[in-house]
Design a protein around this ligand. Structure first.
Ligand SMILES: Cc1cc2nc3c(=O)[nH]c(=O)nc-3n(C[C@H](O)[C@H](O)[C@H](O)COP(=O)(O)O)c2cc1C
Length: 160
């Protein structure tokens, strides 16, 4: 199964996660600044990763390249999302960016896989939740770095 992990990252955390996912799924990690529409459309599984900045905003490269996602034909495509954030410093907007990407890909007809439980997180609000679940994998390398590996493993099993 071909896998592309498209990510944006200011500080490198999300890039690192994208590279780990790509290596474990024998896929390619591609920075959103270098991605093409074909990179979004061609894989059997498309994974999108974004940190949240501001208070609940997309990372700036994602913001700048959002037109790419809006152009892509994603009808019926399997898409999985992950978000990086900090639940203690930003408890009301935890991994919000993942929710922003979710709404766009659903609007484009994607079939989103990889919803996860909110158990084990300590936050008060997130735009990345639907019916009490995260729309993808929420990772907190600032507050819960020791949980990342097991979260990745469980999620990979789920989406594979
Ligand atoms: C100025 C600033 C604003 C942030 N805002 C949020 C936020 O609203 N929600 C959240 O969950 N995390 C927020 N974060 C935390 C980052 O999303 C988190 O540190 C992430 O791992 C950074 O990823 P990167 O290194 O790939 O850029 C913010 C961080 C900074 C520095």
């Amino acid at each position: 199964m071909s896998v592309h992990v498209i990510y944006g990252s200011d500080g490198g955390t999300t890039r690192g996660i994208a590279q780990r996912l790509a290596s474990r799924l024998q896929g390619r990690a591609i920075d959103i600044t270098k991605a093409s529409v074909a990179d979004l459309e061609s894989p059997a599984l498309l994974i999108l990763g974004c940190p949240t900045y501001g208070f609940g905003d997309l990372q700036s490269d994602w913001e700048d390249r959002l037109s790419l996602l809006k152009e892509a034909q994603l009808s019926g495509k399997r898409v999985a999302l992950f978000g990086t954030g900090d639940q203690m410093t930003y408890p009301d907007t935890f991994v919000d960016a993942m929710g922003i990407l979710y709404d766009i890909v659903v609007d484009r007809g994607a079939q989103v896989v990889g919803f996860t439980d909110t158990k084990g997180y300590d936050h008060t609000g997130s735009a990345a939740q639907r019916d009490g679940r995260f729309v993808g994998l929420a990772l907190d390398e600032d507050q819960q770095p020791t949980l990342t590996d097991q979260r990745l493993t469980a999620w990979i099993d789920q989406i594979r």
